[in-house]
Design a binder for this molecule. Structure first.
Ligand SMILES: [Zn+2]
Length: 281
């Protein structure tokens, strides 16, 4: 069973947890670590023989086009994470369309690769944005991996399907939700990010095995380049809970990823799209 591994390429200061502490206008003046951290991810994947999908901010690709070329040249998929991490429910439909077009043009120019996949910042496609998938379909995207079918304090669409579904009538667009696990009647977040970093590795291994063996479906897992960087600058005046989530276990993340890449087979999301679309609800 091949699973899909994805990297949401954004810098340490672009995360939702710090949006009230660090102003968008100050980003260019901060220490950027996204390029060296993404190169470390590329090294880890090369050693493990893994191909993956890199959902990249247009803002990052604009500043680091050579990085985008290295990602594409290593055989990975370049996909869109929007321009500057504005969440979809903060846009009007036309602003969302403009954000998609702007970021895609930058990503394609920088990487030389066609962009067919999209992941909403902070999984921000939910019942507040009933128009979002329709616009992705109109803009020619093949898939979206933008919905977390869970209940969480910052995001989630708990009633949406756990596996591939077709959100737009008469369109081939397929939504590939981030992985969840079942514990009795409860649906648990198991797609990566903070959950993968904060919880023991055995939880993620159990969840992926459950998805593969019981549901017969691929897992869709994600993490961020800053999660393998224990030396990133600290944000002292961020909320305590945000700091706990952001800074815990950074030093063990690379080792956990090495276990993950050796315990399971991984590929790019676009390599799984046709098979998942054929099974979509
Ligand atoms: Zn993100």
């Amino acid at each position: 069973m091949q699973n899909a591994l994805s990297v949401d390429v954004e810098d340490w200061f672009q995360v939702g947890a710090f949006e009230r502490t660090i102003r968008r206008a100050d980003w260019d003046g901060l220490t950027h670590r996204v390029e060296c951290n993404s190169d470390a991810v590329l090294d880890l994947f090369a050693t493990a023989g893994v191909k993956a999908t890199f959902f990249t901010l247009g803002w990052v690709a604009e500043r680091y086009p050579a990085l985008m070329r290295r990602i594409a040249d290593a055989g990975h998929e370049v996909a869109s994470h929007g321009y500057d991490h504005a969440r979809v429910f903060t846009f009007t439909p036309e602003e969302f369309r403009a954000d998609l077009r702007k970021s895609r043009a930058i990503l394609e120019d920088a990487s030389g690769q066609a962009v067919t996949g999209y992941r909403a910042p902070s999984f921000s496609i939910d019942p507040r944005t009933p128009w979002a998938h329709g616009i992705l379909a109109e803009e020619g995207y093949r898939y979206s991996s933008s919905v977390a079918p869970i209940r969480h304090d910052h995001y989630g669409w708990p009633d949406s399907p756990r596996f591939a579904w077709k959100p737009v009538k008469d369109s081939p667009l397929v939504e590939l939700p981030v992985t969840t696990a079942k514990w009795g009647k409860r649906t648990l977040a198991a797609g990566g990010g903070g959950f993968f970093r904060l919880l023991p590795y055995g939880f993620s291994r159990w969840a992926i095995r459950q998805v593969n063996d019981q549901a017969g479906r691929p897992a869709i897992i994600y993490f961020h380049p800053w999660e393998i960087d224990p030396d990133q600058p600290r944000v002292p005046d961020a909320p305590l809970r945000s700091k706990f989530r952001h800074y815990s276990n950074l030093s063990v993340m690379a080792a956990k990823l090495r276990r993950l890449t050796s315990d399971f087979d991984w590929t790019r999301i676009d390599a799984l799209v046709e098979a998942e679309a054929a099974r979509a609800s």
